[in-house]
Design a protein around this ligand. Structure first.
Ligand code: BG6
Ligand code: MG
Length: 216
């Protein structure tokens, strides 16, 4: 593929906004209530980009609980998360985000969201950026979560672009793995050592222009 993709597929949490603190606080409250030790460092190292059920499984560290109790715990964590994101405003969009998304549209490149979160649409609305996307793939769209390629393949289909013509942008290594398995070019956001298969890496998304996303 050339350096200019026909579509750019963005992960949401940790790429367009930093919701990981909200996710952490919600898991931490649940863990405290259940008497399970859980630290911010563990959250960063093990829960980034990881879906709700897999996050809970990590938290449980092999403790056996019934399916009913697991559902209750996931629901409780989600209530805490929803309570905290209520206060989110467009100011929590990454700086320069509006300009970047508008620039992508002006260049005739499609854009889509490929997020594992079932709260994706709420967060996009709170940030005021739903209008920029030609497609939204979220935690309700596919069964197999990242690192499976499904969500990125689904997002590519939503915008009608073949997978080799897509660029995926991710802050989680599992997400980069998903992008590469989908046959796309992958941009990792974060420290270089976090990523195994990224084609290129940027330390953050602050004030980035289209050209910054296309370097490799
Ligand atoms: C990912 C987040 O985008 O979505 C994870 O990085 C989160 O932290 C996952 O667990 C699932 O989100 P939700 O909102 O459906 O619980
Ligand atoms: Mg992410």
């Amino acid at each position: 593929m050339t350096n200019t993709p026909k579509a750019i597929l963005f992960d949401l949490d940790g790429v367009l906004t930093d919701t990981s603190e909200y996710h952490y606080r919600a898991w931490k409250r649940l863990a405290d209530e259940e008497g399970i030790p859980f630290t911010r460092e563990e959250n960063d190292a093990h829960l980034r980009g990881v879906g709700r059920r897999d996050s809970l499984l990590y938290l449980l560290h092999g403790r056996q609980v019934s399916e009913e109790k697991m559902l209750e715990m996931m629901d409780r964590k989600n209530r805490y998360y929803n309570e905290s994101i209520k206060q989110m405003t467009p100011a929590e969009l990454v700086s320069g985000g509006h300009e970047l998304l508008a620039e992508i549209r002006a260049a005739g490149i499609k854009s889509a969201v490929a997020s594992a979160s079932k709260n994706c649409r709420i967060v996009l609305d709170l940030l005021g950026i739903t209008k920029y996307f030609d497609g939204i793939a979220d935690g309700n769209s596919v069964v197999n979560s990242k690192p499976a390629p499904d969500i990125f393949v689904f997002a590519a289909g939503l915008v009608g672009v073949s997978t080799p013509d897509c660029l995926g942008v991710e802050d989680a290594d599992a997400g980069v793995e998903a992008i590469k398995t989908a046959g796309m070019r992958a941009l990792g956001i974060g420290p270089r050592e976090r990523f195994h298969r990224a084609d290129f890496v940027l330390p953050d998304m602050v004030n980035k222009h289209l050209q910054d996303l296309l370097k490799s």
